[in-house]
Write a protein of this length. Sequence first.
Length: 115
Amino acid sequence: VQLVESGGSLVQPGGSLRLSCAASGFTFSNRGMNWYRQAPGKGRESVAGISPTGGRINYSDSAKGRFTISRDNAKNTVYLQMNSLKPEDTAVYYCNTRLGFLDYWGQGTQVTVSS
C-alpha cells in the first residue's frame, strides 16, 4: 500500500489549495479514504472522509463549508479542495485508508497559511 500526497504549499489567508493523494497497492475503488492533519504541537485530527463510491462524505466542523473532499476512482486519487484558508489550517495533511485493522498513511504534505 502506498499513499503519496502532494499539493501543499505556502498560501496567504483567504487563499485556496488543492491537495492530491495518489494511491496504489490496493483496490482503491473498494476503500473509503480520509484526510487528516497535524498542526505543530498538536495531535492528528480528522478533516474529511469519503466512501468508496463518493456517496457518503463527512467533514470536521472546522472543514465544513470551506473544504471539499472528492475522489477519482479511475485515477486512484483522492483530493481535498481547501478554500478560505486560515492561519489555523496550517498543518501537515495526511491521506489515510484502513484495510482490515490496519491504518495506512502517506508521508504528508505541508500546508502553511501565512501572510
